[in-house]
Design a protein around this ligand. Structure first.
Ligand SMILES: NC(=O)c1ccc[n+]([C@@H]2O[C@H](COP(=O)([O-])OP(=O)(O)OC[C@H]3O[C@@H](n4cnc5c(N)ncnc54)[C@H](OP(=O)(O)O)[C@@H]3O)[C@@H](O)[C@H]2O)c1
Length: 267
């Protein structure tokens, strides 16, 4: 195929089939009100987990919970601004009270910076770091502390980005720094908690369809021209990686960051 040919659109459909057994496990997904997080919540629920869906937009979470409920799953919506440290502990406690000990945590909530480093006001710097890095750290610690006390194993999946490995200078320096931090958080907590049976891994997506990437495409135009397969990912393309990382079959895998980017970017 030469460079001018286009590829077909993704073939994965919106329906979700169960492929692993997460029956009886409780999962928290942050940033479940849109994009990748919404899909992560649906996939975990379709595979038997009872899901606590969190974000700031409660109406979106209620809508998601209704969708999951009508598909036969369990989803409890809980409003959480992940930059509010005090509410993090309360939310994990509420999840445990409502559904049982949280054994799966997907740290998905994240925001872009969409700005050159020298142009960022301090409050935006704080918001990016608090959302993308401090929150996954605090949430992971809150969940792990409870699992360690109850001698239960767990799976933490952090949503990083290929931006944590590579940055071409287009105005997302702090985002890149925050996601590199997420990668290191993944590695460091994995070794600290290996002895407790808590696995910590990350997924580093390339460009995927979501509200965040809509904003990026609006600012920068069609980015697929530079991609070998001329397409962006759809949230369902991450299903198998998420399920792999929470599956009993991947018990030995911890401290790993899996890039899922369709070969869009450099290595
Ligand atoms: N899409 C991509 O191309 C791409 C590529 C690489 C990595 N990622 C990562 O994937 C994750 C999901 O992003 P997305 O692409 O799905 O974007 P999205 O559609 O904009 O979703 C972001 C989610 O994060 C939540 N969120 C943001 N700030 C929050 C806060 N302070 N407290 C709680 N929730 C908050 C939002 O919910 P509320 O506004 O309702 O709070 C929303 O549900 C992010 O970590 C992002 O960095 C995305």
């Amino acid at each position: 195929m030469d460079d001018t040919e286009t590829t077909t659109e993704p073939t994965i459909g919106a329906t979700i089939g169960a492929t692993i057994d997460l029956d009886g496990q409780v999962a928290i997904v942050t940033g479940a009100s849109s994009g990748l997080g919404r899909r992560f919540a649906q996939v975990l629920a379709a595979n038997g987990a009872r899901v606590v869906a969190t974000a700031r937009r409660l109406d979106r979470l209620e809508d998601l919970a209704a969708d999951i409920g009508s598909a036969g799953g369990t989803c409890v919506p809980l409003q959480l601004d992940v930059t509010d440290a005090a509410r993090i502990a309360d939310t994990v406690a509420a999840a445990e009270r409502l559904l049982g000990p949280v054994q799966i945590l997907v740290n998905n909530a994240g925001i872009p910076d969409a700005q050159y480093a020298t142009k960022m006001p301090v409050d935006l710097v704080d918001r990016v770091l608090d959302t993308n890095l401090r929150a996954p750290f605090l949430l992971s610690c809150e969940v792990a502390r409870r699992l360690i006390e109850q001698q239960l194993p767990g799976r933490i999946v952090n949503i990083s980005s290929v931006g944590g490995f590579h940055y071409a200078g287009g105005g997302a320096a702090l985002y890149s720094i925050s996601k590199a931090g997420v990668n290191r958080l993944t590695e460091a907590l994995a070794v600290e908690w290996a002895k407790f049976g808590i696995n910590v891994n990350a997924i580093a997506p390339g460009l995927f369809a979501s509200e965040m990437s809509d904003g990026m495409i609006e600012r920068m135009g069609d980015l697929t021209r530079a991609f070998p397969r001329r397409r962006i990912g759809q949230p369902e393309h991450l299903d198998s990686t998420l399920l792999y990382l929470v599956s009993p079959e991947s018990e030995m895998v911890t401290g790993t960051v899996v890039k899922v980017d369709d070969g869009q970017g450099p290595r």
